[in-house]
Ligand binder design. Structure first.
Ligand code: FAD
Length: 52
């Protein structure tokens, strides 16, 4: 039986914030072949530069 979403393991990498640093971290992980990551962003819409 395939695992349900309730039993899915956490991603290997968790990136907090989808600002410049977070997006670049994700890009570098992908470039290194490490796709098991998630980005968590608290804002519910796009904001201007340096929002935090
Ligand atoms: C007014 C202003 C103008 C600027 N103009 C320029 C410019 O012209 N050129 C330039 O190169 N740089 C500029 N900068 C600087 C540039 O915006 C910052 O250096 C850059 O955005 C920093 O990126 P960051 O990812 O560290 O932070 P941010 O871009 O602030 O991103 C952080 C993200 O994390 C999220 N976050 C915070 N806490 C949590 C949490 N607990 N859980 C989930 N998500 C969270 C925030 O919502 C945000 O989206 C400017 C900055 C300001 C304030």
């Amino acid at each position: 039986m395939p695992p349900s979403t309730a039993t899915r393991q956490s991603p290997r990498f968790e990136i907090i914030g989808a600002g410049m640093a977070g997006v670049l971290a994700a890009i570098k992980l992908q470039e290194a072949g490490l796709d098991d990551f998630a980005i968590y962003e608290k804002a519910d819409d796009l904001k201007t530069r340096g929002s935090s």
